[in-house]
Structure formats: C-alpha cells, structure tokens
Design a protein around this ligand. Structure first.
Ligand code: SF4
Ligand code: SF4
Ligand code: SF4
Ligand code: FES
Length: 761
C-alpha cells in the first residue's frame, strides 16, 4: 500500500490515495464533514467555510474541502472550536435568510435547514432588519429568490462547468452580492434546471414544481425519460396520479444527476387537454367516442375477417413503445396476421454498424465509456442539442480526465470549446438543424464564418471569426429560438477544410492514431457503405475503438432489436420474405393498416388503407384519419423495458395512471383476445414477454437484478453477419433540438413556453 497516504481523522486511521481531499477521506470512514459549496465533480470554491476542521500543527482551522491529505496528518472534526465555527457560519448564513421554511419549496429537503438542526445555534443574535429583494423570474423554468441564497456558487459552476453554458454569474459585492444571468435579466441557456436541483436551499426554484406540494407528500418513482434516445433515468415525484416533478437527485441510472429540460420538465404532455381518454370509432364518416368494448370488438372483428380472407395487413410500430410491446407487436403481425409488412421510423443505421462489427474486435460503447475513455470523436451530430446526456458525459470526461475530444460536424458545436481539433465539413447540415423545432426558422449551419471548404486564414488550420472578433467565435447564436445555448469558443482548434467526412477523417488520421483508444459517435450522416468505410477507417488506426450509432427516440434501438422491420426478426435474424416498409405501406391499398404509437400520415398524407387502426396518446394527423382510435398510455404509465442509443436496457416503471388510456401491450392483448388468438400469443404481461425476449433475442439474456434495481445492462444482439440486405436509404433522423421531441414535445406546455419566451425576445 505504498502509494496510499496514512492519516488520522478523529482518532481513526485512514488510508487514501494521494491528493484526496480531507472531506472525502473522512467519508471513507463514515465521518461527515458538513459542506455547502463543496460538490463532487465541480471545481473547488471554498466559499462557505462550513467544512472547517482542526489539523494538528496548523495554526488556524482549515477548509476540509480544499485540503489534500498528507502523510501523518492528524485531523479533528468534532472539537469545541470546530463546533463553534459551524455555529457561527450558520448564524452568518441566516443573517439575511428569510426563515420562510414553511412556504419554501425546499422545505423538508433543504441542506441549510438540515445543517441548522444538526450544527446550528438555537437562536440568532442579529436583531437588525434583514435585507430583502423581490423574487425574480430568470426564465419560464427558473425563478430566483435572492435572500434565500447562501452564495455557494454551485449553480454558477454546474452551468459553466457541467453544462458548458455559463449562463449564471454573480453581481455586486458583500451583503448585496447576487446570482444573476450573464445576459441581461433573463437566461439564455439550455433550461435544464440543473442549477435548481443543485441549489442546497430554496433560492433557485422551478417554475413547474414551485408551490405544488411538499416533498414528503409525493411518491418517488424511478423510470426512464421518454424523449430522446439517451435513456436518462428520472425519478418522478407523483401525487394522486399526477406527476409533480422530475429529477434524479439519487444519482441512480446511467445519467447520475443529469437531466435535460425534457427529462426534468417535459413530462407534462401526459395531462395535455387534448390527451385521448376514450376510444373513438368512425361512425357515418365521423370519429365518435365509444366504449373500449365496442372499439375492441370492431378491431378484432375486422382483423379476424381480413386474416381469414387472406387480406393484406400493414403494421407500423413506434420507437417510443417498450421492448415488450414491440416484440409482441411483431409476433402478432407475423404469427397471427401472417405478414412481414411491419416497420418503424428508423433514425440511425444500427443494422449496418452491428453487421460491420460482427466478428471484429471493435464494440459498442456505453454511456459510461463516454466518461471513461481517453478520446472521443463526434461525427455529424450537435450533441448538446440532440443528445444532451452524451454531450454532458463527454464534457465531464474532458474536465475530469482531460480526454481528447475531436468533432467533425457541419456546424459549430459545443465540443468546439474544448476539442483538440474541430473540423467543419462541407456537407451542409442546414436542413437538419433548421428543422429543430419545426416552428421557427432554422439557423444556417454547415459554414463557419469563412465558409465550408474555404482556405484557412491566419495560420495553419485557423479560421478567423469575422462576427465575433479575432479571439472568440460564438458556438451557437446566443439565445436563438432553436435552443442553442450561448457560449464562446477559442477558434484555434477549428478548421474548415474538407468537403466530406472521410476527407476530414484523413486529415485527423495521425492524431487519432496516437490515441490509446477511441469512442466514435456518429449520426445519420453515416449510413450504409459509409458506416462500413468508417469502421474500416478506424481499424486502420490500430487502436481499440468503440462506437455509438445515434438514434433519436427512447426506444429507437429497441424497435430495431425487437424486429420491427420487414426484413429482420427479433435479434436481426432474416425474416424470409421481406414485406413492405413504412412508405410502401402508406402508398399501397392495404386492407388493414395498424399504427401503434407512430404518426406516418403527418404532413397531409392521405390514407389509402381500407381500414386504419391507430393506438396513440393524441389525435395525431394519422389518428384523425383512422377508423378506430385506441387511447394509449405514455411511457410513464406502463411497466417494461427500453433500450437506449448505446444499447443499454433499462426498466420503465409505471408512475401514474391516466383514466381511459391503456398501455399499448394491454391493448394488443385485448385485440388478440377479441380475435380468439390470445393463447397463441401468450400473456400480455411485460415480465412474461420479457422472459420470451430473453430466450429469443440474442444479447437480451441480461442480469435481471441489475435492471430491476434501476441499473442498465448492455445488449450485443448480433454475433456474426446480418444475412440480409439492409435499407440505409430508409434511415432518417429527425435531429430534434433541446426543445423538441416529435409528438410528445408538441404537447408539452413547458417546451412550448420556453420556445415562446425565446421568440418574444
Ligand atoms: S443551462 Fe441549466 S444550469 Fe444553466 S442556467 Fe440554464 S437551467 Fe440553470
Ligand atoms: S442560488 Fe443556490 S446554488 Fe446558487 S449560489 Fe445561491 S444558494 Fe448556491
Ligand atoms: S431527453 Fe434525452 S438527454 Fe434529456 S433527459 Fe431525456 S433521455 Fe436524457
Ligand atoms: S464546503 Fe468547504 S468552504 Fe464550503
């Protein structure tokens, strides 16, 4: 144990690695040193003085949060002097604090409240009038009550260091020091709410949660965010079948505490006034509400008659529904409806990647790999907007481990701020980012100020920035309506050289070769042969490489793994005779089309199907044209599993019920019962279907205790080539930005209010 440091804390022998802080060393032997400004993972601040301890041979008390251990050090955390110091610190913190715990949102889970109970004095010696300033609203999501603030700067640091946004700072000095937005009186930021959650007191509060409830009145349910493909775990605070808040303060799951605005706040689509709560049947050309029994009877009868008559079916599944639902749906289609006409919207070319990796040493990366590996290469995607968790992980890897980050993208990205090298490729990404929200004009990307492919000016590989002066280039238009965060990037690592991704990769080859290992993250800029070429390129580097193929939605990856494609069965086995894909099913006069959680007729596409059945939460463009609409439960209203963009399986846990809606799996089961085929398909219980998945889908025989207790387990669904022709031409990512996530985002009041507030500025 030669490389460990020996010290004594409160008479107990402690051994920890060099450079460990005394506050952390104490934790290893169960000794708590109280702290406010110290926060694991953020830079040291030493602002609050709550962590003072006595150290033998040191003349004054020391802050344990900044003091590294030393051999033979003797620390005391419970002396009279230390106790007195804590009391005084708390007394100072309370001089202007309003003591409005009974109405404060943080009451019951406030660190200051807890500390005062534990370490504080029973009374204050201050009789002077307290300084009061009125509450401010920084954004639709973030409110600030200055008198409650204890100036620990956690919010400033999480925003700047964790998110890379830097929207908060401090103004004034002394007793009138105040946390404030860095631009005017409002936040130009990701609206992620991380600053609110990390605030130890009730100074920063959430526009969604404030004054709704007390923490002990809620049930706390851990489940998975239903928006993007990153698969963040979220803990939903629920009361009376309502979701009151989302956070992940227990740091469980693959995302630790991280949630973006969608995971933290955009659960509110579930109680949108337009949410469907009764089945609808087309009667005399009009959809009217009917009972579940009548709607299911109509569907069962039609499905049965069509199947018996040898009629044609099309089945369109979803990348939001669970693995169990997707597996059951394809089984229903193939075994009962006798069709391979089953598909979903494909958002990343997972199939070609899995095929290309078969039998080779390269593997699939996990979310944790993005934090641990020595180097990361981002290709195409604007991760901060489209995959916020992955962007957060890569940034944390850079901050904590000095990981080397490379970005080859059509437009500026947040990774430019700290990348070893960023290259702007000539291929325009304007269409994709312009479609971020679908409601605002997109920003032009695909060009730096000097334009794609233009000759470097100002030194080798340096692009000067005409807009922002000689030294800094805006990463994104500050506060633009498409959710772009503000921020600045040093330009010397940004080059605009090659016309395409492979030209850019070639120019990076030597740098990448010198890395000990690499994770490559790519979006739908790479599909088909380009994915194969990318894998070949990385093999030529001679270093271990892992991949992340980005997909858009909560279960996009699971939909592919579960065989929601005409050419592939669950586990990527060939289906035999491939059926029709989505566009063909819409274009053909099929007798019956069954749409589960998708909206293929958006954009004024007219239905051709003889009979159209839609399961959905809302009366989408597709549902409006249906013969039968069955109200479906959201991800927060069902049990099951989903697989994220890195192939990690996690558990969905039902948090609430919405009256009238049913989980898609249950609806499918009821249709099977109406048709008299329920026994053939088996029970429609998520745990039973998952057992079937475990037995039938390679890679899904996962350690259940890990998943059941809120962990994640990665799948490897292919071991060999995928022996069918893939359809990369069908892959199309929606490139949703921070404030959009397809249909769900459209029905989120929070996301819409943020968009509106930006448009009104
Ligand atoms: S980006 Fe997040 S942490 Fe920063 S100010 Fe906005 S809500 Fe707070
Ligand atoms: S607002 Fe909260 S997190 Fe920010 S400095 Fe004040 S107390 Fe700390
Ligand atoms: S939208 Fe994506 S990044 Fe945001 S909380 Fe949900 S899963 Fe995480
Ligand atoms: S926790 Fe050490 S000074 Fe604040």
């Amino acid at each position: 144990m030669a490389d460990l440091v020996n010290l004594t804390i409160d008479g107990r022998a402690v051994q920890v690695p060099p450079q460990t802080l005394v506050i952390d060393a104490a934790k290893t032997v169960g000794i708590e040193i109280p702290a406010f400004c110290y926060y694991e993972g953020l830079t040291l601040q030493a602002a609050c003085r709550m962590c003072l301890v006595e150290v033998e041979k040191m003349p004054k008390m020391m802050t344990a949060c900044t003091l590294p251990v030393a051999e033979g050090m003797i620390v005391r955390t419970e002396t009279e002097q230390v106790k007195q110091a804590r009391k005084y610190t708390l007394e100072f913190l309370l001089t202007n604090h309003p003591l409005d715990c009974p109405v404060c949102d943080k009451g019951g889970e406030c660190e200051l409240q807890d500390m005062v109970f534990r370490y504080g004095a029973g009374e204050s010696r201050y009789t002077e009038e307290k300084v009061h300033t009125p509450e401010k609203q920084f954004s639709p999501v973030v409110f600030f009550d200055a008198p409650r603030c204890i100036l620990c700067f956690r919010c400033v640091r999480i925003c700047n260091e964790g998110l890379g946004v830097g929207a908060l700072g401090v103004i004034n000095r002394g007793v009138v020091s105040e946390i404030a937005p860095n631009v005017g009186d409002h936040l130009e930021c990701d609206e992620c709410g991380a600053c609110i959650d990390i605030c130890p007191v009730g100074a920063l509060t959430s526009g969604i949660y404030r004054y709704q409830t007390r923490p002990w009145e809620m049930a706390h349910v851990g489940t998975i965010c239903t928006h993007c493909g990153d698969g963040c775990k979220t803990t939903l605070g629920t009361r009376n079948d309502e979701i009151i808040r989302g956070n992940n303060r227990d740091r469980s799951g693959i995302n630790g505490e991280f949630l973006c605005i969608k995971g933290r706040y955009a659960f509110d689509f579930y109680n949108h006034p337009e949410r469907l709560q009764a089945p609808m049947l087309r009667v005399n050309g009009k959809l009217e509400e009917v009972s579940w029994a009548r709607a299911l009877e109509a569907v069962g009868k039609k499905f049965k008659q069509t199947a018996e008559a040898g009629g044609s079916f099309g089945v369109i599944g979803s990348n939001h529904t669970s693995n169990e639902e997707n597996f059951y749906l394809q089984k229903f289609a193939r075994q009962v409806l006798k069709t391979n006409n089953i598909d979903h919207h494909r958002t990343g070319d997972v199939v070609t990647l899995l095929d290309s990796l078969s039998g080779k040493t390269a593997q699939l990366a996990t979310v944790a790999d993005l934090y641990d590996r020595k180097a990361v290469l981002v290709l195409g995607a604007d991760l901060a907007l489209e995959h916020p968790l992955l962007s957060f992980q890569i940034r944390a890897n850079y901050r904590h481990h000095q990981a080397h980050v490379y970005a080859i993208t059509p437009g500026p990205v947040r990774e430019d701020k700290y990348s070893v090298a960023s290259i702007r490729v000539g291929k325009s990404g304007a269409a994709k980012v312009g479609g971020d929200l679908g409601v605002v004009p997109g920003r032009e990307v695909g060009a730096t100020s000097s334009g794609p492919g233009s000759a470097p000016v100002g030194g080798p590989g340096v692009v000067p920035n005409a807009e922002a002066g000689a030294h800094f280039e805006p990463v994104h238009g500050a506060g633009s309506a498409n959710g772009s965060p503000s921020g600045f990037v040093h330009p010397h690592n940004v080059t605009a050289v090659p016309a395409d991704y492979f030209g850019a990769l070639e120019s990076l080859r030597d740098k990448l070769k010198a890395e000990p290992e690499l994770v490559v993250v790519f979006d739908d800029s790479f599909k088909g042969d380009d994915v194969r070429k990318l894998v070949e390129f990385t093999e030529s580097l001679g270093i271990p490489v892992k991949f992340v193929c980005l997909v858009d939605y909560a279960n996009s990856r699971g939909a592919a793994d579960m065989g929601l494609t005409p050419e592939l069965l669950p586990g990527y086995k060939p289906s035999g005779t491939p059926g029709l894909h989505v566009a063909e099913m819409i274009a053909n006069d099929l007798d019956v089309v069954w749409v589960v959680g998708a909206n293929p007729l958006k954009g004024a596409v007219k239905r051709k199907a003889g009979f159209l059945v839609v399961q959905d939460m809302f009366l989408t463009e597709t549902a409006q044209q249906a013969d039968v609409v069955l109200p479906a439960g959201s991800a927060y209203e069902k049990n099951g599993t989903v697989t994220n963009t890195t192939g990690e399986v996690q558990q969905l846990t039902r948090a609430i019920n919405t009256m009238g809606a049913k989980p898609d799996l249950e609806i499918m089961g009821f249709i099977a019962r109406e048709m008299g085929v329920a026994a053939q398909l088996g029970p429609w219980l998520p745990q039973v279907v998952f057992e079937e998945i475990r037995k039938n889908v390679r890679g899904y025989s996962l350690p259940m205790p890990v998943i059941a207790t809120g962990g994640a387990a990665q799948t490897m669904p292919v071991n060999g080539r995928i022996p069918v022709e893939n359809r990369p031409d069908l892959v199309r990512s929606d490139h949703n930005g921070l404030f959009a996530s397809g249909t769900l985002g459209r029905y989120s009041k929070v996301l819409n209010s943020v968009i509106e507030s930006r448009l009104s500025r």
